[in-house]
Ligand binder design. Structure first.
Ligand SMILES: [Zn+2]
Length: 279
């Protein structure tokens, strides 16, 4: 059976709700506590994850990055400022990527090989980012979501991890989080808000069907999703509903997922593919 991959987008509760970085100063920092809950849970079930750490988090909480690394998880990058890639110029994207990679590599002493864009924001408008990722030493990316969503998605992109040729001829392993193909629609079931929205039996059924197809299961969460008591802000309706929906359910659902599936990091699950790319 192919392995299941677990990942965490390591960001604080106010960083993924479209509030620009220059307004982050006044918010309560909670990411260390919520990450501790996830680290403890993963240790209990012997789960190894890939942690896509936001550069700004690494800057403010260097000891957290070291703690994640020492616990055996893979450190990868989630960019620096949590801006959507399609809102950045290629030059700014490269600068922020470089800054986040340097911060993480200085803390762990190991190269950063994986990337996930904030809000899965590599879309048809920002495919240029794939070339920059490859040029900056990234070997795999998990930013293209083959679904239709108001913020992201390339609905006809490959659902399964595959080596892709970037627009300017670089190569990169693109490893999307899980979707299940139903008729001609890809049903998202790779975690985040969907893990909170679906009842557990439905989540499990979709993932088991993906396994039966011989495909990797790929699930992700954010630390703030296991922190149901984080502050409530008055946000635009669609941001607020997806962010605050059913937060109480994340932790118990994760525990059941860890009982029902065996998870590892992207580093371990795709080591063969990455060998080919590194050659
Ligand atoms: Zn994020």
């Amino acid at each position: 059976m192919v392995s299941s991959v677990f990942s965490i987008d390591v960001e604080d509760w106010y960083q993924g709700i479209e509030i620009p970085m220059d307004q982050w100063d006044g918010f309560e920092r909670r990411v260390e506590d919520s990450m501790s809950r996830l680290l403890d849970l993963m240790a209990r079930y012997d789960v190894t994850a890939t942690c896509f750490v936001l550069g700004r988090v690494a800057e403010e909480h260097p000891q957290l990055v070291q703690r994640i690394h020492e616990a055996g998880h893979e450190i990868a990058t989630h960019g620096y400022s949590h801006a959507k890639v399609y809102d950045l110029t290629p030059e700014r994207f490269r600068r922020e990527l470089r800054r986040s990679i340097d911060l993480l590599q200085d803390l762990t002493g190991e190269p950063v090989r994986g990337h996930r864009a904030p809000y899965f924001s590599i879309t048809k408008e920002s495919l240029w980012a794939l070339d920059i990722l490859a040029q900056e030493g990234i070997r795999y990316d998990s930013s293209i979501h083959p679904v239709l969503n108001w913020r992201y998605g390339i609905p006809d992109a490959d659902r399964t991890p595959s080596v892709i040729d970037t627009p300017n001829g670089e190569q990169l392993l693109e490893a999307p989080v899980s979707t299940y193909p139903l008729y001609n629609v890809n049903v998202p079931c790779g975690g985040g808000a969907y893990l909170r929205i679906y009842p557990y039996w439905l989540q499990r059924t979709l993932l088991r069907r993906i396994e039966k197809r011989g495909e990797h299961v790929g699930i992700y969460v954010h630390p703030w999703e296991v922190d149901p008591n984080h502050p409530r802000l008055d946000l635009p309706f669609r941001v607020s509903t997806t962010h605050y929906w059913n937060l109480d359910s994340t932790f118990p659902k994760l525990e059941r997922l860890f009982q029902d599936f065996t998870f590892e990091s992207y580093r371990d699950a795709f080591s063969d593919e990455r060998e080919t790319l590194a050659a």
